[in-house]
Design a protein around this ligand. Structure first.
Ligand SMILES: Nc1ncnc2c1ncn2[C@@H]1O[C@H](COP(=O)(O)OP(=O)(O)O)[C@@H](O)[C@H]1O
Ligand SMILES: [Mg+2]
Length: 258
Protein backbone atom coordinates (compact mmCIF):
# COMPACT_ATOMS: atom_id res chain seq x y z
CA UNK A 1 0.00 0.00 0.00
CA UNK A 2 1.37 3.36 -1.08
CA UNK A 3 1.46 6.00 1.71
CA UNK A 4 -0.74 8.32 -0.40
CA UNK A 5 -3.47 5.69 -0.46
CA UNK A 6 -3.82 5.77 3.32
CA UNK A 7 -6.41 8.21 4.60
CA UNK A 8 -6.42 7.18 8.25
CA UNK A 9 -3.90 5.25 10.29
CA UNK A 10 -4.54 3.95 13.80
CA UNK A 11 -1.23 3.45 15.57
CA UNK A 12 -0.75 1.44 18.76
CA UNK A 13 -3.99 2.81 20.15
CA UNK A 14 -4.91 1.93 23.72
CA UNK A 15 -8.31 3.14 24.91
CA UNK A 16 -9.41 3.45 28.52
CA UNK A 17 -12.05 4.92 30.80
CA UNK A 18 -9.97 5.97 33.81
CA UNK A 19 -8.10 2.87 34.91
CA UNK A 20 -10.42 0.57 32.92
CA UNK A 21 -8.62 -0.46 29.75
CA UNK A 22 -11.15 -1.20 27.01
CA UNK A 23 -8.80 -2.25 24.19
CA UNK A 24 -5.06 -2.12 23.74
CA UNK A 25 -2.65 -1.82 20.84
CA UNK A 26 -5.03 -1.39 17.93
CA UNK A 27 -3.26 -0.90 14.58
CA UNK A 28 -5.06 -0.38 11.30
CA UNK A 29 -4.92 1.56 8.07
CA UNK A 30 -7.93 2.87 6.21
CA UNK A 31 -7.49 3.27 2.47
CA UNK A 32 -8.71 6.44 0.79
CA UNK A 33 -12.10 5.91 -0.85
CA UNK A 34 -12.80 2.61 0.91
CA UNK A 35 -15.38 1.39 3.41
CA UNK A 36 -13.72 0.33 6.65
CA UNK A 37 -15.81 -1.59 9.20
CA UNK A 38 -15.15 -1.73 12.93
CA UNK A 39 -16.79 -5.00 13.99
CA UNK A 40 -17.12 -7.03 17.16
CA UNK A 41 -19.61 -8.07 19.80
CA UNK A 42 -21.51 -5.72 22.08
CA UNK A 43 -19.36 -3.81 24.58
CA UNK A 44 -16.05 -4.57 22.85
CA UNK A 45 -15.20 -0.90 22.30
CA UNK A 46 -16.41 -0.21 18.75
CA UNK A 47 -18.11 3.08 19.61
CA UNK A 48 -15.21 3.99 21.86
CA UNK A 49 -12.83 3.56 18.92
CA UNK A 50 -15.04 5.78 16.76
CA UNK A 51 -15.07 8.42 19.49
CA UNK A 52 -11.25 8.41 19.47
CA UNK A 53 -11.28 8.92 15.71
CA UNK A 54 -13.59 11.93 15.87
CA UNK A 55 -11.82 13.69 18.71
CA UNK A 56 -14.34 13.00 21.48
CA UNK A 57 -12.01 10.81 23.48
CA UNK A 58 -8.26 11.08 23.97
CA UNK A 59 -6.08 7.93 23.62
CA UNK A 60 -4.52 6.43 26.76
CA UNK A 61 -1.65 5.56 24.39
CA UNK A 62 -0.99 5.73 20.69
CA UNK A 63 -2.32 8.03 18.00
CA UNK A 64 -4.50 8.39 14.94
CA UNK A 65 -3.09 9.89 11.74
CA UNK A 66 -5.11 11.66 9.06
CA UNK A 67 -3.29 12.05 5.72
CA UNK A 68 -0.11 11.13 7.58
CA UNK A 69 -0.56 13.85 10.23
CA UNK A 70 -0.85 13.12 13.91
CA UNK A 71 -4.39 13.97 15.04
CA UNK A 72 -3.80 13.78 18.77
CA UNK A 73 -0.44 15.58 18.41
CA UNK A 74 -2.23 18.67 17.03
CA UNK A 75 -3.63 21.47 19.15
CA UNK A 76 -7.36 21.78 19.56
CA UNK A 77 -7.62 24.19 16.64
CA UNK A 78 -5.85 21.74 14.32
CA UNK A 79 -8.17 18.95 15.42
CA UNK A 80 -11.24 21.10 14.81
CA UNK A 81 -9.96 21.91 11.29
CA UNK A 82 -9.56 18.17 10.60
CA UNK A 83 -13.03 17.43 12.00
CA UNK A 84 -14.62 19.95 9.64
CA UNK A 85 -13.58 17.54 6.87
CA UNK A 86 -15.53 14.75 8.59
CA UNK A 87 -19.23 13.95 8.77
CA UNK A 88 -20.67 11.85 11.57
CA UNK A 89 -23.90 9.90 11.87
CA UNK A 90 -24.33 8.72 15.44
CA UNK A 91 -26.14 5.58 16.56
CA UNK A 92 -29.25 7.55 17.53
CA UNK A 93 -28.98 9.56 14.31
CA UNK A 94 -30.95 12.19 16.17
CA UNK A 95 -32.24 15.13 14.20
CA UNK A 96 -33.66 18.18 15.97
CA UNK A 97 -37.33 17.33 16.36
CA UNK A 98 -38.45 20.96 16.30
CA UNK A 99 -36.83 21.58 12.91
CA UNK A 100 -37.83 20.43 9.44
CA UNK A 101 -35.51 18.13 7.50
CA UNK A 102 -34.33 21.11 5.44
CA UNK A 103 -33.58 23.13 8.59
CA UNK A 104 -31.69 20.19 10.11
CA UNK A 105 -29.48 19.81 7.03
CA UNK A 106 -28.97 23.59 6.79
CA UNK A 107 -27.68 23.80 10.37
CA UNK A 108 -24.02 22.79 9.80
CA UNK A 109 -23.92 25.08 6.74
CA UNK A 110 -25.13 28.16 8.60
CA UNK A 111 -22.86 27.33 11.55
CA UNK A 112 -19.64 26.69 9.64
CA UNK A 113 -19.89 28.71 6.42
CA UNK A 114 -20.68 32.26 5.36
CA UNK A 115 -22.83 31.10 2.45
CA UNK A 116 -25.92 33.17 1.64
CA UNK A 117 -29.33 31.65 2.44
CA UNK A 118 -30.21 30.97 -1.20
CA UNK A 119 -27.04 28.95 -1.71
CA UNK A 120 -27.60 27.03 1.53
CA UNK A 121 -31.13 26.20 0.40
CA UNK A 122 -29.75 24.86 -2.89
CA UNK A 123 -27.16 22.65 -1.13
CA UNK A 124 -29.84 21.35 1.26
CA UNK A 125 -32.05 20.45 -1.71
CA UNK A 126 -29.17 18.58 -3.36
CA UNK A 127 -28.18 16.67 -0.21
CA UNK A 128 -31.74 15.57 0.49
CA UNK A 129 -32.07 14.49 -3.15
CA UNK A 130 -28.87 12.44 -2.82
CA UNK A 131 -30.44 10.36 -0.02
CA UNK A 132 -33.79 10.03 -1.82
CA UNK A 133 -35.75 12.58 0.22
CA UNK A 134 -36.82 15.03 -2.46
CA UNK A 135 -40.28 16.35 -1.53
CA UNK A 136 -39.77 15.83 2.21
CA UNK A 137 -37.86 19.08 2.84
CA UNK A 138 -40.61 20.60 4.99
CA UNK A 139 -41.43 17.45 6.97
CA UNK A 140 -40.56 17.13 10.67
CA UNK A 141 -38.62 14.05 11.90
CA UNK A 142 -41.69 12.68 13.72
CA UNK A 143 -43.64 12.66 10.45
CA UNK A 144 -41.32 10.25 8.60
CA UNK A 145 -40.09 6.67 9.12
CA UNK A 146 -36.96 5.57 10.99
CA UNK A 147 -35.17 4.76 7.74
CA UNK A 148 -35.98 8.21 6.35
CA UNK A 149 -34.71 9.80 9.58
CA UNK A 150 -31.42 7.95 9.15
CA UNK A 151 -31.14 9.13 5.57
CA UNK A 152 -31.87 12.70 6.61
CA UNK A 153 -29.17 12.36 9.28
CA UNK A 154 -26.85 11.21 6.52
CA UNK A 155 -27.76 14.25 4.39
CA UNK A 156 -26.90 16.43 7.38
CA UNK A 157 -23.58 14.58 7.93
CA UNK A 158 -22.77 15.28 4.27
CA UNK A 159 -23.76 18.93 4.30
CA UNK A 160 -20.17 20.17 4.36
CA UNK A 161 -18.95 17.70 1.69
CA UNK A 162 -16.84 15.64 4.08
CA UNK A 163 -13.81 13.64 2.94
CA UNK A 164 -14.60 11.04 5.57
CA UNK A 165 -17.94 9.79 6.86
CA UNK A 166 -18.33 8.02 10.20
CA UNK A 167 -21.33 5.86 11.08
CA UNK A 168 -22.13 4.20 14.38
CA UNK A 169 -24.48 1.21 13.89
CA UNK A 170 -26.35 2.86 10.99
CA UNK A 171 -28.88 0.05 10.68
CA UNK A 172 -29.79 -0.06 14.39
CA UNK A 173 -33.57 0.07 14.76
CA UNK A 174 -34.25 -0.23 11.03
CA UNK A 175 -36.31 -2.89 9.30
CA UNK A 176 -34.29 -5.18 6.96
CA UNK A 177 -35.32 -3.35 3.77
CA UNK A 178 -34.38 0.12 5.08
CA UNK A 179 -31.19 -1.37 6.39
CA UNK A 180 -30.26 -2.80 2.97
CA UNK A 181 -31.12 0.53 1.32
CA UNK A 182 -28.79 2.31 3.70
CA UNK A 183 -26.00 -0.17 2.88
CA UNK A 184 -26.48 0.57 -0.83
CA UNK A 185 -26.45 4.30 -0.13
CA UNK A 186 -23.14 3.95 1.75
CA UNK A 187 -21.62 2.16 -1.26
CA UNK A 188 -22.95 4.84 -3.62
CA UNK A 189 -21.35 7.57 -1.52
CA UNK A 190 -18.04 5.75 -1.65
CA UNK A 191 -18.27 5.25 -5.40
CA UNK A 192 -19.77 8.55 -6.56
CA UNK A 193 -18.10 10.95 -4.11
CA UNK A 194 -14.92 8.98 -3.45
CA UNK A 195 -15.59 9.37 0.26
CA UNK A 196 -13.71 7.32 2.83
CA UNK A 197 -16.29 5.66 5.08
CA UNK A 198 -15.81 4.22 8.57
CA UNK A 199 -18.72 2.15 9.87
CA UNK A 200 -19.23 0.59 13.30
CA UNK A 201 -21.50 -2.43 13.03
CA UNK A 202 -22.02 -5.95 14.34
CA UNK A 203 -24.58 -6.82 11.66
CA UNK A 204 -23.29 -9.60 9.42
CA UNK A 205 -25.28 -8.80 6.31
CA UNK A 206 -24.05 -5.20 6.36
CA UNK A 207 -20.50 -6.30 7.09
CA UNK A 208 -20.37 -8.63 4.08
CA UNK A 209 -22.14 -6.11 1.83
CA UNK A 210 -20.22 -2.92 2.49
CA UNK A 211 -16.79 -3.67 3.98
CA UNK A 212 -13.68 -3.38 1.84
CA UNK A 213 -11.62 -3.87 4.96
CA UNK A 214 -12.27 -4.35 8.67
CA UNK A 215 -10.92 -4.71 12.14
CA UNK A 216 -12.39 -7.25 14.59
CA UNK A 217 -12.35 -6.21 18.25
CA UNK A 218 -12.43 -9.06 20.71
CA UNK A 219 -13.61 -8.79 24.31
CA UNK A 220 -11.62 -11.79 25.54
CA UNK A 221 -8.17 -10.67 24.43
CA UNK A 222 -9.01 -6.94 24.74
CA UNK A 223 -7.38 -6.15 21.42
CA UNK A 224 -7.98 -6.44 17.70
CA UNK A 225 -8.04 -10.10 16.88
CA UNK A 226 -8.20 -9.88 13.10
CA UNK A 227 -8.20 -7.39 10.29
CA UNK A 228 -8.85 -7.64 6.60
CA UNK A 229 -11.71 -8.06 4.17
CA UNK A 230 -14.47 -9.93 6.08
CA UNK A 231 -15.20 -12.33 3.18
CA UNK A 232 -11.52 -13.25 3.06
CA UNK A 233 -11.44 -13.62 6.84
CA UNK A 234 -14.40 -15.97 6.64
CA UNK A 235 -12.63 -17.98 3.96
CA UNK A 236 -9.14 -18.09 5.43
CA UNK A 237 -9.13 -17.34 9.17
CA UNK A 238 -8.66 -20.34 11.42
CA UNK A 239 -9.24 -18.27 14.59
CA UNK A 240 -12.33 -19.75 16.29
CA UNK A 241 -13.41 -16.37 17.74
CA UNK A 242 -13.30 -14.74 14.29
CA UNK A 243 -15.08 -17.67 12.66
CA UNK A 244 -17.76 -17.80 15.31
CA UNK A 245 -18.43 -14.05 14.99
CA UNK A 246 -18.64 -14.20 11.20
CA UNK A 247 -20.86 -17.30 11.09
CA UNK A 248 -23.36 -16.37 13.81
CA UNK A 249 -26.74 -17.83 12.94
CA UNK A 250 -25.33 -19.60 9.87
CA UNK A 251 -25.10 -22.97 11.61
CA UNK A 252 -28.74 -23.15 12.59
CA UNK A 253 -29.71 -21.86 9.14
CA UNK A 254 -27.71 -24.55 7.34
CA UNK A 255 -29.01 -27.25 9.69
CA UNK A 256 -32.54 -26.10 8.97
CA UNK A 257 -31.96 -26.37 5.23
CA UNK A 258 -30.66 -29.97 5.40
N1 LIG B 1 -18.54 6.60 29.52
C1 LIG B 1 -18.09 5.41 29.90
N2 LIG B 1 -17.48 5.22 31.10
C2 LIG B 1 -17.01 4.02 31.47
N3 LIG B 1 -17.06 2.92 30.71
C3 LIG B 1 -17.63 3.02 29.50
C4 LIG B 1 -18.18 4.26 29.03
N4 LIG B 1 -18.69 4.07 27.79
C5 LIG B 1 -18.47 2.76 27.51
N5 LIG B 1 -17.85 2.14 28.53
C6 LIG B 1 -17.44 0.71 28.58
O1 LIG B 1 -16.46 0.52 27.57
C7 LIG B 1 -16.67 -0.72 26.91
C8 LIG B 1 -16.83 -0.49 25.44
O2 LIG B 1 -18.02 0.25 25.19
P1 LIG B 1 -18.50 0.65 23.73
O3 LIG B 1 -17.38 1.31 23.02
O4 LIG B 1 -19.76 1.42 23.86
O5 LIG B 1 -18.79 -0.78 23.07
P2 LIG B 1 -19.53 -1.18 21.72
O6 LIG B 1 -19.79 0.06 20.93
O7 LIG B 1 -18.61 -2.14 21.04
O8 LIG B 1 -20.80 -1.88 22.12
C9 LIG B 1 -17.88 -1.36 27.59
O9 LIG B 1 -17.42 -2.27 28.55
C10 LIG B 1 -18.59 -0.20 28.22
O10 LIG B 1 -19.28 -0.62 29.37
MG1 LIG C 1 -21.58 0.95 20.27
Amino acid sequence: MNGDDIKIEIQHLTMAYGSYEVMRDINARVRRGSVFVIMGGSGTGKSTLLRHMIGLQCPAQGDILYDGQSFWGMDNEGRQAQLRKCGVLFQSGALWSSMTLAENVALPLSEHTELPATEIAEIVRLKLALVGLTGFEEFYPAEISGGMNKRAGLARAMALDPEILFFDEPSAGLDPISSRNLDQLILELRDSLGATVVVVTHELQSIFTIADDSVFLDAETRTMRAHGNPKELLEHSSDPAVRSFLTRGAESASKASV
